[in-house]
Design a protein around this ligand. Structure first.
Ligand code: GLA
Ligand code: ZN
Length: 680
């Protein structure tokens, strides 16, 4: 496995963040001081221009780029590279005043007023024309500067627009999808139900909140269209940039597992994946270890979109944010732990929102490296500075990769279809959370996991878990069957294979499309439990009993070994967990939402069958591995409150520069990066 260096110009890992000099143009002293402090903190990159349109073009056709070019040059002279954003994250007031079609329309059909950000109509030709103009001029003024290492497209794409222009595009999208045949659409959307047949594509409207929200197929197609349209817009910007600066990488910053856009579709157009991570540290509902594992899951989602290169932690808060329910300070040491953890999960950058706190407006109390106090003599600054020093010691890990042998299937289409389906309980469906819990169980077993789509190749994996795969696409059942045949260990759960890609139910038994043959069971009914209801699963092998909440399927066994049976209610004694051997692998079926300790046992059994090494970790210690070119970098994080000893660790600790032979001792909140010479 070869190293994949994201930015050859930069010596080592990227350490930087959003920088907004346009807010301080009347304070040259502050701009000078910024550079001094950036160098002190070991900053080697700054993201410029994310929301600078009005500074570039204060009125239509009047341009000012000098402040930007001065800034890029000043940073460059001081060894700091620029990530240059296109300014389309927010529109100047003159634009909305003159071209109101650029403003979005909401799901009741009401046009937005001017304001806020990231709320444009992505279809609007005038908006696109204005963006093209400003990007072209931005490039003309600054684009060829050697200090620029990347384009940052707009900012955190999101939302949807219901304006007439978008409705028109939606209709042509549907026409193309259904080959111009309205009967195909009527069949796919099962429109005879409630007399909802269409006779013309022109009759179709988006799922307005005060309109047609009752057709599942329409709702799903609207969500897919929103991704399609956003991607089309993003590609419009990318095409301009690729022509102007061929070879310069592009990215856009994603937001966690943002529900509104299928990031995997967008990722195809990007050179690198980057995302913005803001965990609610020290909250009152989970342990620090859980907060971190939760974030590890998000990192894995991002990393897995481009497995052959590191991802970027584009934004994180050095101190605190201003939009959590409670904006608690990151406790001393957390910033370090969080940042090193991102690297362990496959990032080659640690970047912040933001370098300096804004003096006024919406985010004036959002954390930054430099506070309103304006000095480097703060706790947060010192922590950032210290991290900057440590990042230099980790240069060797640049370009190394996480090579997971286990995968978890999570799809936006499934997330949307499960959310929209009328059934179960909206309070407990928790599709993404369920996927995440299973991810966390793998992490507790010391195993790295990719998070992939059902349509991604399975070849790199020996173990795959596909929780709640409600919407099953064509050909996937067959690929799953091949995977197991060839020795793969596959886990499916309740709510698998109920509907096809259009949301039509599979007939002749769930899980559909032949999956019931693979698992050797048919799911006859699904029971939704009230939050206080419990059932149990009794395992005959070890005599233990798992706890069941929320969902329980009644299974008919065709050809599978029953591992556990329900302990209560009218289906007590009936199968709850089964396994079927096929070829050299096994197809495991978990018919209910079972407690994590027992689910983890199932996963351990699968890993052992597949010969995937797992680790015996002390509680609250997290482990990840990156590798390349015959090198292996093991990351250990102690999220617990006690000192922990991890056995069987040998190598060079890159942070302490000491050799570890056998036992690694990690104090509370401690982290270690152990380099060894074995890649596997
Ligand atoms: C997002 C945005 C930033 C900023 C931060 C605040 O990530 O991209 O512009 O608003 O949130 O946390
Ligand atoms: Zn629109």
């Amino acid at each position: 496995m070869e190293r994949k260096i994201l930015f050859p110009q930069v010596d080592g890992l990227l350490h930087g963040g959003d920088y907004n000099p346009e807010q301080w143009l009347d304070r040259p002293d502050i701009l000078e001081e910024d550079v001094r402090m950036m160098k002190k903190a070991g900053i080697n990159s700054a993201t410029l221009g994310v929301f600078s349109w009005a500074a570039y073009e204060p009125s239509e056709g009047e341009y000012h780029f000098e402040w930007l070019t001065d800034c890029i040059e000043r940073l460059y002279q001081n060894g700091i590279y620029t990530i240059l954003a296109t300014p389309s994250g927010a529109r100047p007031a003159w634009l909305d005043q003159k071209y109101p079609e650029a403003m979005r329309v909401d799901s009741y059909g009401v046009r937005y007023h001017h304001g806020v950000r990231e709320n444009h109509c992505m279809s609007s030709p005038v908006f696109r024309e204005k963006v093209q103009n400003i990007i072209t001029r931005l490039h003309g003024a600054a684009g060829d500067h050697p200090g620029i290492i990347q384009w940052h497209i707009s900012n955190e794409f999101g939302g949807e627009c219901y304006c007439p222009l978008c409705v028109k595009r939606f209709r042509s999208y549907l026409k193309e999808k259904f080959d111009g045949d309205i009967e195909k659409l009527n069949h796919a959307w099962w429109t005879p139900f409630w007399s909802h047949q269409y006779s013309d594509f022109e009759q179709i409207e988006p799922p307005y909140q005060n309109g047609e929200y009752s057709i599942m197929g329409l709702k799903l197609e609207w969500r897919r269209f929103t991704t399609w349209n956003m991607t089309d817009y993003m590609n419009f910007e990318i095409d301009i940039l690729r022509k102007l600066t061929p070879g310069r990488p592009v990215t856009t910053n994603f937001m966690q597992l943002y529900n509104g856009l299928d990031y995997r579709v967008m990722a195809q157009s990007l050179d690198m994946i980057s995302w913005d991570s803001y965990p609610a540290f020290h909250n009152d509902y989970e342990s620090l270890a859980d907060t971190m594992a939760h974030n590890a899951f998000d990192h894995a989602v991002m990393r897995s979109m481009k497995k052959d290169r590191p991802f970027m932690l584009m934004e994180s808060a050095p101190g605190l944010v201003n939009w959590h329910r409670f904006n608690k300070l990151k406790r001393p040491g957390i910033h370090r732990l969080f940042s090193l953890h991102a690297l362990g999960c496959g990032s080659d950058t640690v970047q912040y929102f933001q370098w300096r706190k804004s003096r006024g407006s919406y985010e004036q109390f959002h954390g930054a490296v430099v506070d309103h106090l304006g000095t480097d003599d703060t706790r947060v600054f010192r922590e950032v500075e210290k991290l900057g020093e440590e990042l230099k010691k980790l240069k060797a890990i640049s370009g190394s990769l996480v090579k997971a042998k286990a995968a978890l299937i999570l799809d936006w289409d499934v997330m949307w279809a499960v959310e929209d389906m009328r059934g179960l309980s909206d309070e407990t469906k928790r599709y993404a959370e369920t996927c995440e819990e299973i991810y966390r169980a793998f992490v507790r077993l010391g195993v790295d996991v990719d998070v992939i789509s059902q349509t991604d190749p399975f070849d790199d994996y020996r173990v795959i878990a596909a929780p709640m795969l409600y919407l099953l696409k064509e050909g996937v059942a067959e690929r799953m069957s091949d995977f197991v045949e060839r020795g793969g260990e596959l886990l499916a759960t309740y709510l698998t294979g109920y509907v096809d890609a259009d949301t039509l139910c599979y007939l002749n038994g769930f899980p559909g499309d032949g999956l019931n043959d693979l698992f050797g069971i048919v799911s006859e009914e699904i029971d939704t439990l009230y939050p206080t209801d419990r059932n149990g699963v009794s395992f005959s092998d070890d005599g233990t009993e798992g706890e069941v909440r929320d969902y329980a399927e009644r299974l008919r066994v065709k050809d599978a070994r029953v591992l556990g049976v329900y302990t209560r209610d009218f289906y007590a004694g009936e199968p709850a967990v089964t396994v079927r051997q096929k070829g050299r692998g096994h197809a495991w079926y978990l018919g209910c939402r079972m407690d994590m300790a027992h689910t983890k046992e199932l996963l351990a059994g699968m890993l052992d069958n597949a010969g995937v090494e797992r680790k015996d970790l002390p509680p609250d210690v997290e482990f990840h591995v990156r590798a390349c070119d015959g090198h292996r970098y093991e990351f250990y994080f102690n999220m617990g409150t006690e000192t922990a000893a991890v056995h069987g660790v040998t190598g060079q600790d890159l942070l302490t520069e000491k050799t570890v032979e056998g036992t690694l001792v990690l104090e509370s909140m401690g982290a270690a990066v152990i380099a060894t010479e074995r890649e596997e």
